[in-house]
Design a protein around this ligand. Structure first.
Ligand code: NAD
Length: 253
């Protein structure tokens, strides 16, 4: 898989999965536009990856203006967007439905649904002009089943699959592919926060319990998820659109 000269836009770029995906794309020759909340973390990432040609943008994906702006700046710098990894997301508070406030609900839906929607809206417009592109949305196995204590998150990831399929249908005859990934448990900050939420001060126990529920007996490495993203972004996936791909060590089997 060669991405030499390809322009790859990643949101949630400094998180566990975003970072490893940025690393793999950079290793394969891509030009990167990296977006996340904290500019300092983005500059550290660019340094760590020893990037030469890149764009860093500190933005909150819940703001349509900010999403529009980083998409336009990417286009202004590179003239095109070949790959969009629409990845920023939050897990929200771990609480049962009856303990979840409307603020808790809104916070998660704003990032995980509105953020993904705005990204699709503004990147698709550019890809439609250039008549090519591949978009990968970060969903989750919780987009395919329920998850005790994570109702807003699960609802939002179901919505990401709806957005993925609709975006795929709206662009299928324009040289654009849109797919989603559905990771299980991935060893990142997000899982640590969920473990702590499920068993306050005893996250290690929640982690062991979660691992026991995985047929392969462990969490995914962020790099394993990044490999799937690169496959879906590449020409090897040229007839794949509107699909979702599990990467869960067998959980949903
Ligand atoms: N870790 C897992 O087990 C797992 C499983 C399934 C799906 N996912 C999904 O994969 C994606 C990446 O998760 P991760 O594990 O790397 O988590 P992470 O917490 O390590 O990274 C998420 C990144 O998104 C950024 N972000 C959050 N809100 C933002 C906003 N409003 N604007 C811009 N950036 C924002 C964060 O700053 C962070 O860098 C998420 O969408 C997540 O839901 C993760």
């Amino acid at each position: 898989m060669d991405f030499t000269g390809k322009v790859v836009l990643i949101t949630g770029a400094t998180g566990g999965i975003g970072k490893e995906t940025a690393r793999l794309f950079a290793n394969k020759g891509a030009k990167l536009a990296l977006v996340d909340l904290d500019y300092q973390a983005l500059t550290s990432l660019a340094k760590e990856l020893d990037l030469e040609d890149y764009l860093l943008y500190s933005a909150d994906v819940t703001s349509e203006d900010q999403v529009k702006s980083f998409v336009q700046q990417t286009k202004a710098k590179y003239g095109r967007i070949d790959v969009f990894f629409n990845n920023a997301g939050i897990e929200g508070k771990v609480a049962s439905i009856i303990e979840t406030t409307s603020e808790d609900l809104e916070k998660v839906l704003n990032v995980n649904i509105k953020g993904v929607f705005y990204g699709l809206k503004h990147v698709m417009a550019i890809m439609m002009e250039q008549k090519s592109g591949s978009i990968i949305n970060s969903a989750s196995i919780t987009g395919l089943r329920g998850s005790i204590g994570l109702a807003p998150y699960s609802a939002s990831k179901h919505a990401v699959l709806g957005l993925t399929k609709t975006a795929a249908l709206e662009t299928a005859n324009m040289g654009i592919r849109v797919n989603a990934i559905c990771p299980g448990y991935v060893d990142t900050q997000m899982m640590k926060k969920i473990e702590e939420g499920k068993a306050p001060n005893q996250g290690r126990i929640a982690r062991e319990k979660a691992m026991e529920s995985v047929p392969m007996g462990r969490y995914a490495l962020p790099k394993e998820v990044a490999n799937l993203v690169l496959f879906l972004a590449s020409n090897n996936a040229s007839f794949i659109t509107g699909s979702h791909y599990g990467i869960d060590g067998g959980i949903l089997a």
